[in-house]
Write a protein that binds this ligand. Structure first.
Ligand code: NAP
Length: 480
């Protein structure tokens, strides 16, 4: 084993670090080699974590919002203090270039600070009475213990996106990270500990996904499950949660379209489409999956886009100046190559890349551009988690919108245009939870994030991200 091999990473339960004999290895996708080991907890430890969370709820919710906010600021301070170490851990377990890992830590800090402040703005309201002598109040209270399940593609920030608002709202959190990328969450738990988290208020449980999610679903202590991951697992959670009517927030898959209109600023359009496609090595739920260019600028856009792709540096994310890292594992690489072959067999032309990077044991795919890709090709209708940019063309705005919306997914959508009237039409007609206009990185702490159609239920971030962990109660006061 390479670096960090000496360390066995554990779970954080009831204010203590828990290690077991049952371990799993964490693999660096840039080398295909394991670099660390983590302990897996058993069912009894998990039950203890749930009991700890239930016991911690009363005291945590009773703290003032200002106190909870001050705690979240201290966690943010710790993240900043340990930024280099945490960013390195993200790159080692996920593969993304170091600068992007640092960006992930920065965004995590921003989420923590946003919810630290937003906690103080959990307002109820007083409703004008319909009957003389009555008063009608709306009161917001924390929902209770939250079970959070995170994916591997943004292992830190997507965990923080759940933990920060839940803690701000007064809810204890039991977090399960992805098995591929548990280490950044261990470091997050260390930051929580250093910031003085009370025992049971934040717990990290590393272990078997089915065991943990079954406990979240079946244990009445858990009052809400917040899940980010694939639509397939989201569907299985919905089925499992039905019996208990367990509330779910589901952030699921995407198949984002990009519409590049004739009137766009081409420099901006190329720059933002490159970001939307290749950030995180194409392994983002809001990655540009289908790029449609209006006929009038098709040739020029493609030339400039391919020139920009040729400049992208692919390699181990720990090396300076990398733009694209490895995909997460061999299965992901095989799936990406299969998508390329499928598109070519249906008439697509490879304009750039198209193959595995030679002379590397890691899971590297060359940044790939395909043109003349038909809408039935797998890369146009299945989520592509790889640096593959499939290009198609369209004639009219109406056709562009129709093809953009022709998907069961609706997480994000992009358009490149300077026409204000069109921007309003697109905002109203594109079926997506987030719409980036001339903007390839539209996510921000301050605005709601989530999907429509099969991309999920509920919203994270913004005010909505906090409201997701609050119950809304009506109190009717008769004469006092
Ligand atoms: P995944 O396979 O669904 O896994 C996500 C998490 O769910 C992991 O922690 C995983 O644990 C756990 N899990 C696996 N099987 C489970 C089960 N039967 N019940 C409950 N939890 C289970 O997804 P992924 O491959 O990690 O992530 C990629 C997917 O996430 C993509 O579809 C992407 O679009 C989506 N995503 C969505 C958003 C969004 O905000 N909408 C953001 C990022 C990613 P193990 O790792 O232990 O298997």
């Amino acid at each position: 084993m390479a670096e960090n091999a000496a360390r066995n990473y554990g779970s954080y339960i009831g204010g203590e670090w828990v290690y077991t004999e049952d371990t799993m290895q964490v693999v660096n996708p840039a080398t295909a080699q394991p670099f660390a080991e983590v302990s897996k907890i058993d069912a009894a430890m998990l039950k203890r974590a749930m009991d700890n969370a239930a016991a911690a709820f009363h005291e945590w919710r009773a703290k003032s919002a200002k106190e909870r906010g001050a705690f979240l600021h201290r966690v943010a301070d710790e993240l900043v203090r340990r930024k280099a170490e945490i960013a390195r851990a993200i790159t080692l377990e996920n593969g993304k270039p170091l600068a992007q890992s640092e960006g992930e830590v920065n965004m995590s800090e921003d989420h923590l600070r946003w919810f630290a402040e937003e906690a103080r703005r959990v307002y109820g309201r007083v409703i004008p009475p319909q009957v003389n002598g009555k008063r009608n109040l709306v009161v917001k209270t924390p929902i209770g213990v939250v079970g959070a399940i995170a994916p591997w593609n943004f292992p830190l920030v997507l965990s923080v996106r759940k933990a920060a608002p839940a803690l701000a709202a007064g809810c204890p959190v039991v977090l399960k990270p992805a098995s591929q990328t548990p280490i950044s969450c261990v470091l997050l738990a260390e930051c929580m500990q250093a910031a003085g988290v009370p025992a049971g208020v934040f717990q990290l449980v590393i272990g078997d996904a089915a065991m943990i999610s079954n406990e979240f679903v079946g244990n009445p202590i858990c009052r809400k499950i917040s899940f980010t991951g694939s639509t397939r697992v989201g569907q299985s959670l919905i089925r499992a949660a039905a019996d208990k009517i367990k509330p779910l927030c589901l952030e699921l898959g995407g198949l984002a379209p990009v519409l590049v209109f004739d009137d766009c600023d081409l420099d901006v359009a190329v720059r933002e489409t490159i970001i939307a496609k290749f950030r995180n090595t194409g392994q983002s739920c809001i990655a540009a999956n289908r790029i449609y260019v209006q006929k009038g600028i098709y040739k020029e856009f493609v030339e400039r886009f391919c020139a920009a792709v040729a400049k992208l540096k692919t390699g181990d994310g720990l090396q300076p100046g990398m733009d694209v890292g490895p995909v997460v594992n061999q299965t992901a690489l095989d799936g990406a190559l299969a998508q390329i072959h499928d598109a070519v067999s249906k008439g697509a032309r490879v304009l750039a890349g198209g193959e595995r990077v030679k002379d590397s044991a890691g899971f590297f795919l060359q940044p790939t551009v395909l043109e003349n890709v038909c809408d039935s090709a797998a890369c146009m209708c299945e989520e592509t988690f790889a640096p593959i940019a499939p290009l198609g063309s369209f004639e009219t705005e109406e056709e562009g919108i129709r093809r953009a919306n022709a998907s069961e997914y609706g997480l994000s959508a992009y358009a490149m245009t300077r026409d204000m009237a069109r921007i309003f039409r697109l905002s109203e007609q594109m079926e997506a939870g987030t719409i980036g206009i001339n903007d390839g990185a539209p996510t921000t702490s301050t605005a709601p994030f989530g999907g429509v159609k099969e991309s999920g239920w509920g919203r994270e971030l913004g005010y909505e991200g906090l409201d997701a962990f609050l119950e809304t109660k009506h109190v009717s006061l008769g004469a006092i």
